[in-house]
Write a protein that binds this ligand. Sequence first.
Ligand code: CTP
Length: 413
Amino acid sequence: MAGTPDLACLAGRRVVLGVSGGIAAYKAVEVCRRLVDAGAFVSPVLTQDALRFVGEVTFSALASEPARTSLFGGSDPIPHTRLGQAADLIVIAPCTAKTLGKYAAGISDDLLSATLLATRAPVLIAPAMHTEMWEHPAVQENLQTLRRRGVHVVDPESGRLAGGDSGEGRLASPEAIVAAAAGVLAGSLGELAGVRVLVTAGGTREPIDPVRFVGNRSSGKMGHALADVAAARGAAVTLVTTTGLPAAAGVEIVPVATAEEMADAVFSRYPEADVVVMAAAVADFRPKAVAPEKLKKQAGVPEVVLEPTPDILAGLGERKTHQVLVGFAAETEHVVEHARAKVEAKNLDLIVANDVSAPDQGFEVDTNRGILIESSGFVGETPLVSKVELAGLVLDRITGMLAPERARREEQQ
Ligand code: CTP
């Protein structure tokens, strides 16, 4: 749960402190000192532009390791991979519009940007720039991309900027940045911090023989967006997925193929989960018998007999103790009526219904329009939005539902 993080969790942890080139770079000296004081092993990485504002020697004198400024010329031929692989956390303060843009686009043309791509460690960025730059759609879209991938952000403050201007874009205080760094390591940053979220994604594949299956048109994008956004908001996320799509850093991926495998993966993790979102398109029927060898054409038209699969969501509804249970409903007619019946039948807290007969929503597209129907009676329709945005709206409703349970637990502590 959110709160003031204990800086003790920084002790002994390896932190790469990236400094990019803006006037706020001088404040990174203080960030470095505070990280070192908290017991972290700090490796500073300065961009060439940062060196216009602050000296390499200052960081080398304060940090646990000498400051690095280049991919080339040092004793280590591959400093980015060594730094990226060894890091427990990467903090970029200040993060300029340029560094932010390069990171979002996956460009690596210096030591800092290469290290960012060569790591699986969590990344925390503290942007700092002039207000006009901060508010530019390109910067905000890059930021959204990074947040979606699970990058943590310490938002800038409002205040005095370079050149006597004033407005939003000033680097957050070193104290706030170090507290956020500790929060990332302690897993206590974000409005879903401390919440365990289980998401399913993709369509199940029910084998007919070793090469053929009964499947459906689900791409898994909705489930992956939900997992990524939940992780970016601080949740501990497990994603049970039939797809090979990537997921944000920190998301635990459990690959499955069939409804049976998905059921096993979900039921075994259910007791520990606080939230379960069944975004997967689970096959309702599967071939009763799976041919051990490939069915040959010469043998004639095969007769494939189907049998029902387990209804995972209904099973979860029956066993519900404290979990917030969310389902999806793909409908082609009487959308609200059918979805509301599923809330009741499967003991759900929320269902996200979509009309998959509409061309711009549902399967294989990047946009979606959801009708959110809750057991409380709430019904709300979202505009046509990206799947990432819809994920955010769904998680907003879930966060609201968790509030009483979280308050009760906090009272007990
Ligand atoms: N679901 C599930 N297990 C199944 C089938 C569906 O857990 N065997 C879940 C889906 O993940 C989704 C919800 O149930 O969250 C609704 O799925 P949907 O196919 O719309 O509903 P069904 O109950 O299968 O009803 P119908 O297909 O008749 O509309």
